[in-house]
Design a protein around this ligand. Structure first.
Ligand code: BGC
Length: 733
């Protein structure tokens, strides 16, 4: 009866808000300003309709109770959002049609999915992408992902992940852009622009979702989903900037994390979600919880039951509940009991509707349906996948220039569990990637070296276990070859979500295989595929060359083979430090200085990590001239220009990523030893030179943030640091 009353009332009101000229309700008129349309629509909605907007259902095959399965009839036309685990655009359109035509108000559904590093064309994992230091290429890969996703029925991806990651035991280091705050910020902007294009209303664009807000990567001990103890100083200086950059780039949505930030879970944190995100940064889109992170508040000990969890999460600023139905089940009564004001409900719905309006879903609720061959894995996409993959790979060591493999190597041994793999090489969150579409390393090598060298294959061993029965064959294959390449690595679920590991070393069997093959005395090249930095203490010593290929995705074969042959010159640099051992974690380049810099290090291992952030070799040689500064004293409102001339003095063309760091040796709040402030990547042809230039703006490049997010700029000495060079200047009042 009550519902009938609401319904009739809404119908009456609806009549009064019809656009006078065309008798269409205002919210359906695309010529009316968005905010007026939203106000009009909200005024027509019942509480139940509003709450349906704030709940996300999941579609497809999984065991979640909220799953509507794969049957249209289970989809209620009023639902707000679907986590759409299907590649079928027609089905999406049918579901959408139900929403548009069978619901009372015809509000479109927003369809989301995790297209993290590709959809069908799988690009390298984000950690690898960061090593390319090529934001243009990352942006391009995201726009390809957006196009493949949109044509499959999606409006929204749960990407990019901006959790600055400094503990390689945490499996999700693979999903983000490494250990540096500035690098994460730069790639945040690239990803948002790539997904969202210049106007979300355009075809082939999808809304981005910055995640996991915030501090998730600091889960204690690298154990996924655990508590993160974060000081406000660290929160502001390390974790907030990438999110702020993504918001400023226009990211439509944000996902709240699973983690508990020093006692207040990220999905119930009024400070981070409302005071910072909405009030300080003026984000006008919406926040979605992570999968079940509303209900998790009960496990985390801040809510006695799911009803209280729903209330806390909602009032803290999470507008959409991902798949656990906590809002659906409890918000109606919380509103009726007066525990949640209707005004707050309206504000939450307004944010969701705003994103739908910006996406143009009210006018264009359906996606185009084109044949799969025109949708996925187009030649241009595969070219970009190869380009990004090869630019991501990092040549860690190259003793005696064993790489690239010249024509003197007539026969090449390709040994190890990664050679013929097509599953693990795609990495975690591979979107809708299909192993059958992956070019394996084996295939890539055979294409690359055909007519030049023979490829002799042996498995050697599996990724783990104790079975050494394949060692003998591997040894034979190695003996009859001129060079031995061993392809080792991690399985896809050893990193990624819930992929924490107590050691970042490869299993012993893989190390034993290398030790065995080393006995042949042949040159040894190690090719490593992993979703995290690895402990290479023993392996590094046994190999002449070490190439980290990460998890390169669909174009694995051609990109790896291209680097080995020298068709591609490696240009990746580490976006994350490789420690000597797992016990050295946390170790990252921008730590603060110790009270006794020469002491206090672990006694049993060298002081430094094995490979620092920024390390990466090339097949050519770059010569850096000294840093030139336009002045040595600047005022706050002035700019300083730093320039370095770099020559390619080798005999191959090569790309060089140039990383500019700033050091502030004395400040009221101590600064890290150095901080990345800018990077550029340029192609320098053999025998040519390029000038790298950094325009330093004191307000952004020399200031620091305090524990309240307030910026400070203090006068005094500063240094610009590039490789092992530094140049001093002074900021004066
Ligand atoms: C992950 C998110 C992801 C979500 C939806 C969660 O388990 O933490 O990163 O976006 O699932 O699939």
């Amino acid at each position: 009866m009550r519902n009938l009353f609401h319904y009739t009332l809404a119908l009456l009101i609806c009549g009064t808000f019809l656009n006078a000229q065309n008798k269409k309700p205002l919210y359906k008129d695309k010529n009316v300003p968005i905010e007026d349309r939203i106000n009009n629509l909200i005024s027509l909605m019942t509480l139940d309709e509003k709450i349906m907007q704030m709940n996300q259902w999941t579609y497809g095959k999984n065991a979640n109770p909220n799953n509507i399965g794969e049957h249209m009839k289970a989809v209620k036309p009023e639902i707000g959002s679907l986590l759409y685990r299907s590649t079928n655009p027609e089905y999406r359109n049918q579901i959408q049609k139900k929403a548009m035509t069978e619901s009372r108000l015809g509000i479109p559904i927003i369809f989301g999915f995790d297209a993290i590093h590709g959809y069908k064309t799988v690009f390298p994992i984000p950690l690898a992408q960061a090593c390319s230091f090529n934001t243009d290429l990352v942006q391009k890969s995201c726009s390809i992902t957006a196009k493949e996703s949109w044509l499959s029925g999606l409006d929204w991806t749960f990407s990019p992940m901006l959790d600055v990651a400094r503990d390689a035991r945490w499996g999700r280091v693979s999903e983000g852009y490494g250990e540096d705050t500035y690098a994460n910020s730069a790639f945040a902007v690239a990803a948002v622009k790539g997904y969202q294009g210049s106007d979300l209303k355009d075809k082939y664009t999808i809304a981005a979702c910055l995640k996991h807000y915030i501090g998730y990567s600091l889960s204690e001990g690298g154990r996924d989903y655990h508590f993160s103890d974060i000081s406000n100083q660290t929160l502001w200086e390390t974790f907030m900037p990438p999110f702020e950059a993504g918001i400023n780039a226009g990211a439509a949505t944000v996902m709240s994390g699973f983690n508990d930030i020093s006692g207040i879970p990220a999905s119930a944190n009024y400070y981070t979600l409302t005071e910072v995100l909405k009030k300080k940064w003026n984000h006008d889109g919406f926040v979605i919880s992570d999968w079940g992170s509303v209900k998790n508040l009960v496990e985390q000990g801040v809510a006695k039951d799911i009803k209280e969890a729903a209330k806390k999460s909602f009032l803290a600023g999470v507008e959409m509940d991902m798949v656990d139905n906590a809002y659906l089940d409890y918000l109606p009564e919380l509103v009726k009991e007066g525990k949640i004001p209707m005004k707050t409900v309206d504000e939450a719905v307004r944010r969701i509707l705003r994103v739908k309006m910006k996406l143009g879903l009210f006018e264009n609720p359906y996606v185009d349906v084109v044949p799969e061959k025109d949708r996925y894995l187009l030649p241009e996409y595969l070219r970009t996948a190869e380009e990004l993959a090869q630019e991501s790979m990092v040549l860690l060591k190259n003793k005696n220039n064993v790489l690239p493999l010249t024509s003197k190597y007539k026969s090449i041994a390709a040994i190890g569990p990664m050679v013929k793999d097509s599953v693990h090489i795609m990495g975690f969150w591979e979107g809708m990637g299909n192993p059958a579409d992956v070019q394996t390393i084996f295939k890539g090598l055979n294409n690359e070296f055909k007519d030049k060298s023979t490829i002799n294959y042996a498995l050697g061993c599996d990724f783990d276990g104790e079975d050494k029965s394949g060692f003998a064959e591997a040894l034979q294959v190695a003996k009859k070859s001129d060079v031995v390449i061993i392809f080792l690595g991690e399985k896809r679920n050893w990193s990624g979500e819930n992929g924490s590991r107590s050691t970042i070393a490869l299993p012993k069997i893989q190390e034993d295989l290398v030790a065995e093959l080393q006995k042949t005395g042949k040159p040894i090249v190690l090719v490593l595929s992993s979703g995290r930095p690895l402990e290479l203490l023993r392996l590094n010593e046994m190999a002449d060359s070490v190439l980290e290929i990460w998890q390169p995705g669909t174009a694995a074969g051609s990109s790896v083979a291209g680097i080995l042959s020298g068709r591609h010159n490696p240009s990746g640099k580490l976006a994350i430090t490789f420690p000597q051992t797992t016990g050295q974690i946390p170790i990252y380049y921008n730590m603060r200085e110790s009270a006794r810099p020469q002491a206090g290090h672990y006694q049993d291992i060298p002081r430094d990590p094995l490979y620092w952030f920024g390390h990466g070799l090339s097949y050519t040689t770059f010569k850096y001239e000294t840093i030139k500064l336009s002045k040595t004293k600047i005022k706050r409102n002035e700019k300083l220009i730093a320039e370095v001339e770099v020559s390619n003095v080798g005999n191959r063309d090569g790309k060089e990523s140039f990383l500019w760091f700033v050091k502030d040796p004395v400040a009221s709040i101590s600064r890290p030893m150095k901080e990345l402030k800018f990077f550029q990547k340029k192609l320098i042809k053999a025998g040519q030179k390029e000038i790298y230039r950094f325009e330093i703006n004191p307000e952004t490049d020399l200031s620091y943030t305090d524990s309240n997010g307030k910026k400070h700029l203090e006068s005094g000495d500063f240094y610009i640091i590039v490789n092992d060079m530094q140049a001093k200047f002074e900021l004066i009042d």
